[in-house]
Design a binder for this molecule. Structure first.
Ligand code: AR6
Length: 182
């Protein structure tokens, strides 16, 4: 595990399963229809139970889902986390379709929503790097730079932000990017 302090918020990188995290909110790598799916999304709905899908359905009915780069919030159902922030990362199409900015926006929107709700601790997965095939190194640079900028602009806003990386390989990539200063 690696941790650094950025403007009063602890930023941690660790290997693990996002659904096990004891933080106020975990972030889901969702799709625009909030339909549930594989990867992080499947694990969150399995562990959190039907309340999360019911709230996603309501959001879908009220506002048509969640556009790429934006975020919505539900309760955490049976999860240890009280809330799930559902954000939608871009599908990788080679890097010239605005993917970098959309990925940054997914992180920024999630952080902004957490800030508005007074949430103090949150955990991110590596958004877009599974089913959506975003290259991990490039995603890690965007993820860490976006979080760092947000924390620097909002000193002491959270007690902790953690990245929960599913494999040792992805953790190693994030750690290297952090140590190299992005
Ligand atoms: N905890 C932490 N990380 C995980 C977990 C877990 N339990 N499971 C997978 N990962 P993905 P995306 C890692 O595919 O690329 C879904 O079907 C995984 O190794 O979950 O944004 C949605 O409904 C990878 O590094 O999300 C969407 O349709 C990272 O989490 C679509 O997939 C993200 O992989 C979203 O694709």
């Amino acid at each position: 595990m690696t941790e650094v302090n950025i403007a009063g918020t602890l930023l941690k990188l660790l290997q693990g399963d996002i659904v096990e995290q004891e933080v106020e909110a975990i972030v889901n790598a969702a799709n625009t229809g909030l339909w549930g799916g594989s990867g992080v999304d499947g694990a969150i709905h399995r562990a959190g139970g039907p309340a999360i899908a019911a709230e996603c359905r309501r959001i879908r009915e009220e506002q048509g889902g969640c556009p790429v780069g934006q975020a919505v919030i539900t309760s955490g159902g049976f999860l240890k986390a009280r809330y799930v922030i559902h954000t939608v990362g871009p599908i990788w199409h080679g890097g010239r379709k605005g993917e970098d900015e959309l990925l940054a926006s997914a992180y920024r929107s999630s952080l902004q929503l957490a800030k508005e709700r007074g949430i103090k601790s949150l955990a991110f997965p590596s958004i877009s790097t599974g089913a959506y095939r975003f290259p991990v190194g490039r995603a890690a640079r965007i993820a860490l730079a976006t979080v760092k900028d947000f924390l620097a602009a909002n000193p002491g806003i959270f007690t902790e932000v953690r990245f929960v990386l599913f494999s040792q390989e992805i953790l190693n990539t994030y750690t290297r990017v952090l140590e190299e200063g992005f």
